[in-house]
Design a protein. Sequence first.
Length: 105
Amino acid sequence: METRKHYETVTWGKMPVNFRPRDFRQVEVEEAVHHVTRSFPDVLDLVPDFSLLSVSRDPERNAMAVLRFGDEGKPMAFRRVVHREEGDLLELLYKVARHVRSRRR
């Protein structure tokens, strides 16, 4: 039997957000992306084409994100340490959005 990491995809503007359904429900990812889009509307224009964001949980259940900008080869990792699981995806995406915004400086 083949073991594969199964991902689903939600889009954040032009950037795909891959997530593992066993870690996050699709509706949770869609809601977090919607909130971040409303809170950081300028971020969508700052993300280069062919960028990709992947979110999952590590073995300790911390929310993790790996962001690969389309114009750079090296991915950046972000982590949200769990104090509570509810809402940690949204806080993680806020952290990613703040980083994207800081790149323009």
